[in-house]
Design a protein around this ligand. Structure first.
Ligand SMILES: Cc1ncc(COP(=O)(O)O)c(C=O)c1O
Length: 395
């Protein structure tokens, strides 16, 4: 397996095309029959160390668990294939994935990032990387003129997240890629909310795709992880790989195994969650207790046309609602649901809702009456009934 990916790394430019349908790759990519036992499901390789050859070589392709592991290798192979990239590197969290890509830049380099990017990334930029000398500008990446104005001579990376968490803003991937490339900068796209089922950033000019695999890819709210995929071999990805191996912010073999298992059902889960989210968003926008629904699948959403162009088969399982009556009404509503659980994160089988402003640090741009909903795999009518009774029940 090791040698396959090394070959993929060498011949990146030749390996972008999926050879099978996406659903088939979800089940088979990165998997093989275990040669020792014939098992269809790979064993979990907990060993931290691997036998060396008499000449000091690594005849099995593995040396030490920090630098590589068979379960990690399998997951990286599958993820690279699913995003139709050439290589993937996985990490112990989505945040570690983004942090490592940014750490691969140099002090004095400049990054453009969305002003409503996932709040943890804003914290990483402000509290970890700025003190190390990375420069950055936060802009509204849905505004192309603002992106163009923010790009500087030393900009090496433009980061986007589309649709964004939690405001579901839609950024035009191809247009921002063009701006980044004109300035010889890379474009990285956080594809966590749509997943590769609904959006393929490499087809729209992105150079890197980032995932919090914690969410839809693993899909069961039981493993934290992250990944960076690269479209082609490049020095930034090489540096990221170096940091992955030297720093060791890696997922455990069991984490990799769980995430790979989750991938098998990804298409079915995301399609169901996305269809249910659209139905719930359409219903909620008529609800008298709701001021506004933020969901890119609604024709009134400012990113609707762009989302139609760059997403396929749906708009994702996350939506946000602005509740009439401000923060108090939003918090009160969140205490009354019986199926939706008040909890952070999204992408799991259980529907959850969260008052984002109270978890984000001071300076958050999230409206105080916003609740983010993650639509799980329950029946959509039960979810609507639950939201309806919570919105109607008096305090
Ligand atoms: C869009 C997005 N990217 C990245 C992350 C970070 O992922 P993790 O929590 O696995 O560090 C999150 C977390 O919510 C997210 O929503």
């Amino acid at each position: 397996m090791k040698s396959l990916v090394t070959m993929a790394g060498l011949f990146c430019a030749l390996t972008h095309r999926l050879s099978m349908h996406f659903e088939t790759e979800l089940v088979h990519s990165g998997r093989s029959i275990d040669p020792a036992t014939g098992a269809l499901v790979a064993p979990i390789h907990l060993s931290t160390t691997f036998e060396r050859g008499v000449d000091g070589s690594s005849p099995h392709g593995y040396v030490y668990g920090r630098s590589d592991n068979p379960n990690r290798q399998a997951l990286e192979t599958a993820l690279a294939t699913l995003e139709a990239g050439c290589e993937a590197a996985v990490f112990g969290s989505g945040s570690a994935a983004t942090l490592t890509l940014l750490q691969a830049l140099k002090a004095g380099d400049h990054v453009v990032a969305p002003q409503n990017v996932y709040f943890g990334v804003q914290e990483i930029l402000a509290k970890i990387l700025a003190p190390w000398g990375l420069q950055y500008t936060l802009v509204d990446t849905t505004d192309l003129a603002a992106v163009a104005a923010a790009i500087q001579a030393n900009t090496r990376l433009v980061l986007i997240e589309t649709p964004s968490n939690p405001q579901l803003a839609v950024t035009d991937i191809q247009a921002v890629a063009n701006l980044a490339h004109q300035a010889q900068a890379y474009l990285a796209c956080d594809n966590t909310i749509p997943s590769p089922v609904l959006q393929r950033p490499f087809d729209h000019g992105a150079d890197f795709v980032i995932h919090a695999t914690t969410k839809y890819l693993a899909g069961h709210s039981d493993v934290i992880g992250g990944a960076v995929m690269t479209k082609e071999s490049n020095p930034l990805f090489d540096q990221l790989r170096l940091i992955q191996g030297l720093g060791g912010a890696i997922p455990s073999p069991f984490d990799c195994w769980l995430t790979l298992r989750g991938l098998s059902t990804l298409a079915l889960r995301v399609q169901a969650q996305s269809q249910a989210a659209l139905a719930i968003a359409q219903w909620l926008q008529q609800h008298p207790a709701i001021e506004r629904v933020l969901y890119p699948g609604l024709p009134g959403h400012p990113g609707y046309d762009t989302a139609q162009r760059q997403m396929q088969g749906g708009y994702g399982g996350v939506l946000s609602i602005l509740v009439h009556g401000g923060q108090e009404a939003a918090l009160a509503m969140s205490t009354k649901t019986q199926i939706f659980t008040r909890a952070t994160s999204f992408g799991g089988p259980h529907s959850t809702l969260e008052h984002r402003a109270s978890i984000e640090a001071p300076g958050s741009q999230t409206p105080v009456n916003l609740l983010r909903l993650s639509i799980g795999l329950e029946h959509p009518q039960d979810l609507m009934a639950d939201l309806d009774q919570a919105l109607r029940t008096p305090d």
